[in-house]
Design a protein around this ligand. Structure first.
Ligand SMILES: [Zn+2]
Length: 140
């Protein structure tokens, strides 16, 4: 159920930023400390995005490795095992610098609203062709 709540939160944020325009890509960062399972998150994403501007949008998940910083000596390192002690001074006063991300990186909105292309079939009557030839401007 963890991924369902994450998918819902991502959807709400994406819809807010999309402002009613169709979304094609939602790119997000998920720190590995969040223990999000990408396949599971994509599954729930398709479920919650149904019938919204995000329906059919591709969810791109960038997984961020954990990165720690010692508050005592300033050393930064990537823990290869689950050891949250500074390897330099053995302090346990450490900051999580990276690995707790759970945020949207960017959205790609459809520009079909602004640039209708003739490729995709669209519902509704075809646009009325304009029978009036434009007057060509005279070239100097
Ligand atoms: Zn240290």
């Amino acid at each position: 159920m963890h991924e369902l709540s994450v998918a819902t939160a991502v959807l709400n944020t994406a819809l807010k930023h999309a402002g009613g325009r169709p979304v094609e890509v939602v790119a997000m960062r998920a720190g590995s400390l969040r223990q999000v399972v990408p396949d599971s998150l994509r599954f729930y994403w398709e479920v919650v995005a149904r019938d919204t501007e995000c329906q059919g949008a591709r969810l791109e998940i960038e997984e961020i490795d954990v990165w720690l910083r010692c508050e005592d000596c300033g050393r930064e390192w990537e823990p290869l095992i689950a050891a949250f002690r500074c390897p330099q001074c053995a302090s346990a006063h450490v900051d999580v610098v990276a690995g707790e991300e759970l945020e949207i990186d960017y959205l790609e909105l459809s520009d079909r609203l602004e640039l209708p292309d003739a490729g995709a079939p669209r519902p509704g009557p075809p646009p009325t062709p304009s029978p009036i030839p434009r007057k060509e401007p005279a070239h100097a």
